[in-house]
Design a protein around this ligand. Structure first.
Ligand SMILES: Cc1ncc(COP(=O)(O)O)c(C=O)c1O
Length: 423
């Protein structure tokens, strides 16, 4: 299972995580508060690792989805590598003790300083998205008398059948190099001794529910590798298929991981290729909830609003993508009512749910915004000068650890300098 029902469930009237009452956690640490189940991270990683047992593989957790250092430590301890997209993420991964040879570095706009940092760190591979970028890596690596192992991110032009904001493998998207362009320019690598083409990478989008788009992309990548090998690129030994596996936010089907892994294994084993994948959402999305408190219940015309102390700055997915997140009352009452669950930020787009039937809720109740473990805290901002929320990890025995303290007002303005002379 990869659904929150497994980790967050009602025990009588109380919504619990590993037997611990969520309303008690909210009371202890305050709200808004992210609350995660450790078991979920371990079980999701184990599942993928088990299904891929038939081929050499490295599961690189995409840390942009949830980058708390404690989560990274758990994943690293399981054997995961990390998919990073910035100097800051390299720093985080290293701070969590991730060995550099398990780090792959992606991103369409790496700066010179970030490339140098990646090379000094000794990351395993850089995923490249354009010829000018490869040139920059070559120049910086050659200047350091190094050779950087790279993978080229190709844009396989497949439709991942997901929200257009999170489709990344279509021709019109900014990501990767088209297969035709790469083949046309294959001689480009001949004079770039600072880079060693070791892999082909693609990532076609996020929250993908079907196996087909992945396999369509993989088949195109395999055909491309065949062409490149014919042209003398004998050193290509890695396919990186990115991330993108969908989870259940509502009533979606479970992602057919077994079927996906069987299809991928069958294709790559016969070619003797190793596999890297970069799942983010799948490893953490259903492992977290955002706990918020109902401040006011407001009736306006036909509508009832539950105004909470959590807002779009804490969890932006509903505002940004119109994404669906279930909202449950942490202490269920009899009866249901139709409400909008909104935050205090000065934007009409500041909502978690609209016209949603949820258990009757009153001022002072705690609500859980479900499936908030991925692209929740990692996308949080301080908009409206709202301090970043705290995070708590619930261990399999029900005990909990504060893994990030709530930001203070002092921290909120910490980097601002008093540089204006008012006299
Ligand atoms: C290159 C790359 N790899 C992996 C991921 C992780 O995707 P997901 O969280 O859908 O698994 C992303 C997400 O944006 C990405 O851009």
């Amino acid at each position: 299972m990869n659904s929150f029902d497994d980790y967050f469930k009602y025990n009588g009237e109380n919504l619990t995580c590993e037997g611990t009452v969520l309303a008690d956690i909210a009371e202890e640490y305050g709200t808004p508060l992210y609350c995660y189940t450790e078991r979920g991270f371990r079980e999701r990683y184990d599942e993928i690792d088990r299904e891929l047992a038939g081929i050499e593989h490295l599961i690189c957790y995409s840390i942009k989805s949830n980058s708390n250092i404690n989560i990274l430590k758990i994943m690293c301890g399981m054997g995961a590598g990390m998919d990073v997209v910035s100097g800051g993420e390299i720093y985080r991964a290293r701070a969590a003790g991730v060995p550099p040879e398990r780090i792959v570095y992606a991103g369409v706009g790496k700066t010179g300083a970030e490339i140098a940092y990646a090379l000094d760190t000794g990351v395993h591979m850089l995923n490249c998205e354009s010829f000018p970028e490869i040139d920059a890596i070559h120049t910086i690596a050659a200047g350091k008398k190094k050779v950087a192992d790279i993978a080229i991110r190709v844009n396989p032009d497949v439709d991942a059948n997901t929200h257009h904001y999170i489709t990344t493998g279509k021709k019109e998207n900014k990501f990767g190099i088209s297969i035709e362009t790469l083949l046309e320019h294959r001689e480009f690598f001949g004079s770039r001794s600072g880079v060693n083409l070791r892999g082909i990478h693609c990532h076609i989008g996020s929250q993908i529910s079907e196996v087909r788009p992945f396999i369509d992309a993989l088949d195109r990548v395999i055909a491309l590798i065949g062409e490149l090998k014919k042209s003398g690129f004998a050193g290509i030994d890695t396919v990186n298929l990115g991330g993108g596996f969908g989870i259940r936010y509502g009533d979606e089907d479970f992602f057919p991981m077994k079927e996906w892994a069987a299809e991928v294994t069958r294709r790559l084993r016969s070619l003797g290729m190793r596999l890297i994948i970069e799942p983010g959402r799948y490893l953490c999305g259903n492992n977290g909830v955002l706990l918020v408190k109902v401040l006011y219940k407001k009736r306006s015309g036909e509508k009832t609003f539950l105004i909470t102390d959590g807002a779009m700055n804490d969890l932006i997915r509903p505002s940004l993508y119109g994404a669906f997140q279930n909202c449950f009352n942490c202490r269920q009452r009899n009866g249901v009512e139709t409400v909008d669950v909104v935050g205090p930020v000065c934007e009409s787009g500041d909502f978690f749910a609209k016209d949603r039937d949820i258990s009757i809720s009153e001022e002072g109740d705690y609500l859980a915004v479900m499936s908030a473990g991925a692209y929740g805290m990692s996308m949080a901002s301080r908009y409206n000068s709202r301090p970043l929320p705290a995070e708590v990890l619930v261990r399999p025995d029900g005990s909990r650890r504060l893994i990030r303290t709530r930001e203070s007002y002092d921290e909120l303005i910490h980097n601002e300098r008093d540089a204006i002379n008012f006299v």
